[in-house]
Structure formats: structure tokens, C-alpha cells
Design a binder for this molecule. Structure first.
Ligand code: 1GP
Length: 246
């Protein structure tokens, strides 16, 4: 796949990628896309609740930037033929098999028809995700932060299943992000690409997550709450990436 290859090349050369998550329902999505286009390595589009304007949103972003658009579907309705790729994800620690395997299976034919590049990813909801939208919608069995081995074990399982990415998710707007120990153990044990997101609001936090082993950092809320921080976020991620490569 073209998009995954590109991301892997950047990870290899720069140590980490910065993914910005845009909410398709956001009214000023064009403004946000304009603001992130020089700093993000790719744009993720998706959310857990109420996807109505997905096609329109993706088309609007496409007009502004050539960055790859990767869908981040909250359910089977999170697919658009105008995007480039899709995180083909299993919410492995859901209590409901729907979110772990049925939803992605129901979406598979659509992905094929839309000619979207699937990027296989384990989606793992870590404390405090239960207090966020994904925790409620995804009926999660929350992975505690003081049990990094559990998250790492899921990442290893993901690798054995053939998934090349694992997303350690604290939930959008989370009070605090996934801790460094969980990230480093997950990376060490699995060796697959580790994405970290949820509650990352400060460049210095992104910096330490990359040094801990994150290959990708995701920010969502920040793009609306503090648009000026996007450039600093990018710089911090790349600085940590370079240090990690040394
Ligand atoms: C949500 O991890 C992402 O899936 C982003 O979270 O909105 O807290 O940056 P934030």
C-alpha cells in the first residue's frame, strides 16, 4: 500500500510521524486542514459518534492538501471513497464482538469497492478511555495504566494476527494520555508500529511519548482548542524522532 509505505519511510527517516485527527462534523474543517497541512504527515478523519458529512468533509480536505487521508472509522458508516486509506481496525479489548470483528467484517466489501488501502491496526482502549466517547460506544474492557503488560500482550497478539499497527488510545479529550511504560513495553514486545493518542495537549508530552517508543502521535481536540500549538507539536515529535534514531 502506498500510504502505509510512505508512513513507514517517514518513520524510518525521521523517527516518528504526526497524524492529525479531523472530526468530519467540524464546521470549520477547512480552516483546520489549512492550519495542519504543513505539519501533519497524514490526516485522519473519523470519530465515534454521528458521522453524517463524511464525503463532503473528505472532499473539502482534499481541495486544501495532498496529504494522505486515512479514515478512522467509528463504525461501518465511517467509510468514504474519496479518502486514500483506512485504518482497518479491531477494537480488540471490547466486551462486544461487534466492535472487535463484526463491524470491520461488515465494512470489508465497502473498502474493497471504494478501493481504499486497508492498514491493519489493533485499536486498544487504555484507561481513562472508559470516560470518553469511545469507551461508551465501544463497550470496552478498559486496560489499566498500571498494567502495561496487558497492553503489551495485546500488541504482541496483534503482531501474531498479522497487524502492522497498534493504537494505544486513551480516548479523545482524555484527562491524561497513555503512560510511557505502557508505550515502551508495547513497542519492545511487539515491534510493530505504535500509535499513541488521546489527551495529548502539550509538545513536551508528545516528545516523551515518542522517546518512549511511539512511532506515531495523534492529536484531535488540540487542532480546535489550540491551533497555534500544531507547529510546536510537529517540531517536538520530529525532534524526539531524530533523537530516537541516534
Ligand atoms: C482520539 O486519540 C485521538 O481518537 C485524539 O484524542 O482529541 O484528545 O487529541 P484527542
Amino acid at each position: 500500500g502506498k500510504v502505509e509505505k510512505k508512513l513507514n519511510e517517514i518513520i524510518e527517516e525521521e523517527g516518528a510521524v504526526y497524524l492529525t485527527l479531523l472530526d468530519p462534523e467540524e464546521e470549520n474543517i477547512e480552516e483546520i486542514a489549512e492550519n495542519v497541512k504543513d505539519y501533519a504527515d497524514a490526516i485522519m478523519v473519523g470519530g465515534s459518534i454521528g458521522i453524517v458529512n463524511l464525503d463532503e468533509a473528505v472532499k473539502k480536505i482534499k481541495k486544501i492538501t495532498k496529504l494522505p487521508i486515512i479514515l478512522f472509522p467509528g463504525n461501518v458508516d465511517g467509510l468514504s471513497k474519496y479518502a486514500d486509506a483506512v485504518f482497518y481496525m479491531s477494537l480488540m479489548n471490547s466486551a462486544n464482538t461487534y466492535w472487535a470483528i463484526t463491524a470491520p467484517t461488515l465494512g470489508a466489501i465497502t473498502i474493497l469497492k471504494y478501493n481504499l488501502e486497508p492498514i491493519p491496526m489493533a485499536y486498544l482502549c487504555i484507561e481513562p478511555a472508559k470516560k470518553t466517547a469511545v469507551g461508551y460506544v465501544g463497550e470496552i474492557r478498559e486496560i489499566p495504566q498500571n498494567k502495561p503488560k496487558i497492553a503489551a500482550m495485546y500488541c504482541l497478539s496483534a503482531k501474531f494476527f498479522g497487524m502492522r499497527w497498534a493504537y494505544l488510545e486513551a480516548g479523545s479529550g482524555a484527562e491524561y494520555p497513555v503512560n510511557n511504560e505502557t508505550i515502551s513495553l508495547s513497542k519492545k514486545l511487539s515491534g510493530i508500529n505504535i500509535i499513541v493518542g488521546g489527551g495529548i495537549r502539550k509538545p513536551e508530552i508528545a516528545y516523551e511519548k515518542v522517546l518512549a517508543g511511539a512511532d506515531a502521535i495523534v492529536t484531535g481536540n488540540l487542532l480546535e482548542e489550540n491551533p497555534n500549538a500544531v507547529e510546536m507539536m510537529y517540531d517536538a515529535i520530529k525532534k524526539a524522532g531524530r533523537e530516537k534514531l541516534k
